[in-house]
Design a binder for this molecule. Structure first.
Ligand code: NAP
Length: 265
C-alpha cells in the first residue's frame, strides 16, 4: 500500500470516505480518473470493501487509516500521501453531528465537533497549499444547508459549519493563488443519530422540489468544483432548495411533531 503512484494523475483525499456521502465522493472522483485516498477512522472494513469494489472497476483508490482530530495525525497523513505523489484536492467530508442547544451544550462535545468539523478541514487545506511544487490545488469543505437556514438545534455542529462556511472565502483569500477553496452545502441526505427511517422518509421531502436529494448530485458537484479552475471562494447548495424552507427546529424534530399529530398513538 502507498507505493509511488505510477502516473501523475490528480489525487484527492476524501476524509470520512468509507460510508454514506464519503463513499459517493470516492466513487465520483475514482470514476472520473482521479487517484482517491479514502481516509477512515472506525470504518476500516467499509473503506477496504469500497476500495476493493472500485479497483475491480479499474479505478485507483486506497483506503488509509488516520486520526484527523489531532495535528500530529493530520501531519502524518499528509506526509504519507504526498510521499506517494502530489495531492491535488482534499474533500473535507468527515463530520461529527451531536444533538445539543445553545443552553445545554457540553464544552468537551462542542470542542470535539469544532475539532473535526472546523479545525481539521482548515488545517488539511493549509497543508495542501503548503506542499512543495507549484501545482494548483483545491480544498472543498462539505457544509450543510443549515448555515443558510438557521434553527437552534444541533447548536455546536451548526456553529462549526457556520465558521467553516465563512472560512471558504477567508481561506481562498489567504491561500491564493496556490489553493482554490470551495464549499458545498447539502440538505438532508441520510438518517442521522436517532432518526427513524419513517421520520427520514418524510423529512427528505421537506424542500422546494419535494423529493429526496441524491447524494450522487452532491458528489458530482464536488467533482465539478475540483475540476473548474475559475472557481474559488464560493459555496454551492445542493439541497433541492431546502435552505429556502425555513423551519423553527431541525427537520427531524419537526417531522416527529407531525408524525405525533397525524398518527394515532
Ligand atoms: N447526512 C446528512 O443528511 C447531511 C446533511 C447535510 C450535510 N451533511 C454533511 O455531509 C458530510 C457527510 O455527511 P454523512 O452523514 O455522510 O457523514 P457521517 O456519516 O455522519 O460521518 C462521516 C464520517 O466522518 C467520520 N467521523 C465522524 N465523527 C468523527 C470524529 N469524531 N472524529 C473523526 N472522524 C469522525 C466517520 O468516519 P469513520 O466511520 O471512518 O470513523 C464517519 O463515517 C458531513 O460533512 C455532513 O456535515 C450531511
Amino acid at each position: 500500500m502507498n507505493a509511488q503512484l505510477s502516473s501523475p494523475a490528480r489525487a484527492v483525499l476524501v476524509t470520512g470516505g468509507a460510508r454514506r456521502l464519503g463513499a459517493a465522493l470516492c466513487e465520483a472522483f475514482a470514476r472520473a480518473g482521479w487517484h482517491v485516498w479514502c481516509q477512515y477512522r472506525a470504518s476500516g472494513d467499509e473503506a477496504r470493501a469500497l476500495a476493493h469494489r472500485l479497483r475491480g472497476e479499474g479505478a485507483s483508490i486506497e483506503a488509509v487509516e488516520a486520526d484527523i482530530t489531532t495535528a500530529a495525525g493530520r501531519r502524518a497523513l499528509m506526509a504519507q500521501l504526498t510521499a506517494a505523489a502530489p495531492l491535488t484536492c482534499v474533500v473535507n467530508n468527515a463530520s461529527a453531528f451531536e444533538p445539543d442547544t445553545g443552553a445545554d451544550f457540553d464544552e468537551e462535545a462542542a470542542l470535539r465537533q469544532i475539532g473535526v468539523n472546523l479545525i481539521a478541514p482548515l488545517d488539511l487545506a493549509r497543508q495542501l497549499a503548503a506542499q512543495p511544487g507549484t501545482h494548483e490545488c483545491c480544498a472543498i469543505h462539505v457544509l450543510d444547508q443549515k448555515v443558510y437556514n438557521l434553527n437552534p438545534d444541533y447548536f455546536s455542529y451548526t456553529v462549526s459549519k457556520l465558521a467553516l462556511e465563512r472560512a471558504v472565502a477567508l481561506q481562498a483569500q489567504s491561500l491564493a493563488p496556490r489553493l482554490r477553496v470551495a464549499g458545498v452545502a447539502p440538505g438532508i441526505l441520510y438518517p442521522s443519530g436517532p432518526q427513524a427511517e419513517g421520520n427520514f422518509a418524510i423529512a427528505a421531502h421537506a424542500n422546494l422540489l419535494r423529493r429526496p436529494i441524491d447524494p450522487v448530485d452532491v458528489a458530482a458537484t464536488c467533482l465539478f468544483l475540483a475540476q473548474t479552475p475559475s472557481l474559488t471562494g464560493t459555496t454551492v447548495c445542493v439541497d433541492n432548495g431546502q435552505h429556502l424552507v425555513p423551519l423553527p427546529r431541525d427537520i427531524m424534530f419537526v417531522t416527529d411533531e407531525l408524525l405525533k399529530r397525524h398518527l394515532p398513538s
